[in-house]
Design a protein around this ligand. Sequence first.
Ligand code: CTP
Length: 387
Amino acid sequence: MLSGKTILVGITGGIAAYKICELIRMYKRANANVLIVCTPNALNFVTKLTLQNLSQNEVAVEEFDVKDFKPEHISYADCADIMVIAPATANTISKIAAGMCDNLLTSIACAFTKPVIVAPAMNCNMWENPVVQDNLHKLHYEILEPESGYLACGYEGKGRLCSLEKIFDKTVELLNYKPLNGKKIVITSGGTIEDIDPVRYISNYSSGKMGLALADTAKNLGADVALITTKDVSRKYNVIKVKSALDMKSAVEKEFEDADCVIMAAAVADYRVKEIASQKIKKTCDDEISLTLVKNPDILKEISSRKTRQIVVGFCAESENLIENAKEKIRKKGCDYLIANDISRKDIGFSSDYNEVTILDKNGNMKKLEKVDKMTIAHKIFEEIYG
Ligand code: CTP
């Protein structure tokens, strides 16, 4: 994905520095050349040896270790395509904003003319300090704001380094790697809502997070995205809000003809109420009432039978016999790929940010992806489909 690109990773002295080891691996897996520059304090949190092994390059810390007859900071600034400062401490942010060049990292930043990503991480009170905020706004860089949560210092608040996938995706986006350019990708997400009467409905626990991760990833990779979802989503790409399985079917059919790929990540209700009551159903003296349900169309099966050039991908939620049921499902539905996930596990799947899936293809191949966040799964799905 990133072959031919040189990424200069600037690591500063914050506890989140240890997370950058994994970011380096992600860049390397995508075939980038990774150069690393650390502030002296960063090496209190990660070792030079670890970073050198992961990047397979020397790690630079000192300013005047001159090689190839150019000052170190200028040769780094010249040869990298992008600089990613993560984690960025309040101290480094403020120094760069002031134009200070008191170590190799700040000197490179000052001399760097290509895109720079800054991913701050710090204590929440430091983050909220108006001086830090002012300095941050002085930087005309891509700022990936920290997330809220439990902080290493024991506080709860905004200050955690944003997800590595966000940093990775932004790097890819800024380097203009668009492997899905010119492709129209249609994705469904969320659980459908089947009305019973004006105040009640039947639905399911699907959060829509997997579909959204797929749509965001497809967009970052250059695709023309249509996200058909039951959830409220605000994005710059085409978002089509639907409610029931029948609504979703019409929307999918409308987008299908000129699509290159359709991914059905939605949890579509298999049945709907036969007759939706036009008024609220009142309580009676009976202890039981019955609802008659009728079968919804199987959208995935129908589009799979009509596909010409489109690649059709289904999801399969199972609470038991995952692989057995998935193999049967891909055969019955006739799709090209099926992403199988085990919904009996509480730590993954519905409403979690993580998932562990197995990708099956129509030729009987299977690939298991260990538990990772949904953005990474989305990446791997597109890698599997488009190589
Ligand atoms: N699906 C669909 N239309 C339906 C039901 C499901 O398009 N009426 C799609 C889902 O979006 C998903 C795939 O089919 O991509 C599998 O959904 P799943 O709920 O696992 O399977 P079902 O076909 O509903 O079978 P079962 O509920 O019996 O497991």
